[in-house]
Design a protein around this ligand. Sequence first.
Ligand code: ADA
Length: 573
Amino acid sequence: MNRTFIDHTVRQCRNLDGLWDFVTDPEDMGLTQEWQKQFPANHGQMYVPACWNNELGLYDYRGAAWYRTRINVSGEQNLQIIFHAVQGFAQVYWDGEQVAGHFGGFTPFSFVVSHAVPGVHELVIRTDNRLGEDTIPYHAVDWFHYGGIIRPVEVQVLPDIFIEGLKMEYSQGSDGQLETSCRVTLRSLGEAASVPVALTLDGVTIGEQTVGVPANGTVHAAFSHTLPNPRLWDVGRPELYMVRAATPEDDLADRIGFRFIRAAEGKIYLNGKEIRFQGVNRHEEHPEWGFAFPPKLMTKEIALLKELGCNSVRGSHYPQSPYWIDLLDENGLLYWSEIPIWGAHLPVEATGNPVLEERARTMIGEMIRRDFHHPCILFWSVHNEIDTRSQEALHLSQSLSGLVRELDQSRLVAYATMHPLTDIVMGCFDVIGINYYHGWYNGKVEQFADMLAGFHKHAASLGCADKPVLMTEFGGAGIYGDTGWEPRLFSEDYQAEILAKALRIFRGDPKLSGTFIWQFADIRGDLRSERGFFRDRARSFNNKGLLNEYRKPKLAYRVVRDIYRADRYPLTE
Ligand code: ADA
């Protein structure tokens, strides 16, 4: 399942889940030997979607790997093949010819085969999950960098005139109604033609027009509609609508929620009501599935978040599954979405690399295009812990925040800094996130009060006192099961103590709009650092989860639950 709802009822779609032919290419011979034309006979098999690292013998394989499957086309057909996410740099071949390429691991890409002839066709993909100086993320990153086709590959049969896209925007009318405008993009794979297009909202027709589509071209059709008495989406009140475009031969549906976000005077308002965030950071990772995270476990995680008393989640640090974000929409939980510029070990000169900037701009475009209609997403965040004291970071922040504002004026532009007292980029953003680990990496947890006082002073000196600020990361490690009578480093007791003391300070600061604890669950990771204060990744995991990697609660989960559920922030229920 790619979504929690059906996005096509007319168009034929199916996922190519299952065993594909598979072979690693550690010597990088496949391109010169043209494996796309002559797949190695000694290949094995790999499940799609999956991470190859979860298979025997491939745990820490980083490099190129090749996949092959076959698609039987019965009659002449137009096909669209969608890769919902492939880790790394991917090159795609159809019957031996390259038809697509994509960089990055968490956003979809696709290609169309126009008028495929009947018979068996070969789909081959080469992907390389190595990270380097100008990859996103940079090669030093604090999670286990899996490889593979981590989300479904989908085949769709298209008519000659098909619906390529749907984008609905909306604004508040003078007396509570909504003014909606929807752009439907149609594309022709053959002759020019005129097609009738109907647009519905929850099954009610809100627009009909006949649209002329040029031969082998695309056209945008605009629909506007006033929606009286809209049911606004809100925390704990997941009011959702299905918007659907249809022609006699095709259809495309997406789900939308209507709500209004505003940042002003240091606060964040949702539908005019101040929101204070009670959140956690969530990696979409599990030791047995890697990044190929099973939908069943996502539903359990929603339950664990609501049990914890959360009203929000930060998707650290990359675009997460559409299915997951659908669940957040359906449960009235707020969401912070970001691209994976993980900057704690990113050198300043790499921050200024134009290749990195261009790749980041592409990823931002793909993230926003894919997730534009999700009401739960309030923030688009463009980088995490780059050196925001540098001119390079300022240039990158201006470029990326500017792009987000071009693409989407309905959400807040954010970032997370680990230099709150010396940051020079905060003026580019609507919301400031602070990642700081007093009580773990440095100092005592009580020092958070001074850090915040210093930050507010620094923000005011930059003319940014009116920008809302969130603690987007803080915490410490607790090894699951390590409990005792004294709060030792790495004990569950000490982890719980840090969080209880930090939350008391943060929730007492009226200038803070909320907290995202680092982190929801333990994740694999073996980032090393020579810096004395850096706590190593015991057992090759990042152990700062409130839950262990199998989603079993530590003492910290119970302590945070008592705090998050005690106050009457707008909770989900
Ligand atoms: C940083 C980073 C996280 C994680 C965390 C930690 O804040 O953003 O991804 O690495 O530190 O555990 O140290």
